[in-house]
Design a protein around this ligand. Structure first.
Ligand code: S3P
Length: 169
């Protein structure tokens, strides 16, 4: 289906990158990697702890290192974190080593999907809606720039999204 060595999913928190990516990998017989889980595995600490101890800059450095290590391999579906596109070098690497799919979700959908989530440091103790709108303003152009394909997850459940996405790849 896909001539690039890897399939890389980008998009905001709560767009469904991990749930869709995991199912898509299963359907295509590819390995699945979640970049946040990979960072946690390599660091031995949660994303929230890394933000607490090293700040966002420390997390981004670890995110870039993990991205490079993971994309050295082939045949993966990679779900990146919502901010992985902030780094121009990271974006170039994604394009060089993968077919990049932007999973779009409106702020309303993100809020609904993240309603019970307490693991995202950027949302902790903040006005979630305001934060997600602010991040979207900065990041949407970057998702658009880096992606080969744009897919709106809308109101789709992960299984339906995977079925539709599978037909586009
Ligand atoms: C972040 C998104 C998170 C995680 C970290 C920072 C962001 O990943 O990497 O909390 O900057 O948008 P998900 O997009 O998987 O939630």
């Amino acid at each position: 289906m896909n001539p690039a060595p890897n399939l890389v999913l980008v998009g905001p928190m709560g767009a469904g990158k991990s749930s869709i990516g995991r199912r898509l990998a299963g359907r295509c017989g590819l390995a699945f990697v979640d970049l946040d889980e990979e960072i946690e595995r390599r660091t031995g600490a949660s994303v929230a702890t890394i933000f607490d101890c090293e700040g966002e800059a420390g997390f981004r450095a670890r995110e870039r290192a993990a991205l490079e290590a993971v994309l050295a391999g082939d045949g993966l579906v990679l779900a990146t974190g919502g901010g992985a596109v902030l780094d121009p070098g990271g974006r170039a690497l994604m394009r060089r080593r993968g077919f990049v799919v932007h999973l779009h979700a409106s702020v309303e959908r993100q809020l609904a999907r993240l309603a019970r989530d307490r693991s995202r440091p950027l949302l902790a103790g903040n006005d979630r809606e305001a934060v997600l709108h602010r991040l979207a303003g900065i990041r949407e152009p970057l998702y658009r720039e880096v992606a080969d394909l744009h897919f709106d997850t809308g109101a789709l459940a992960p299984t339906s999204a995977v079925a539709r996405l599978g037909r586009l790849l």
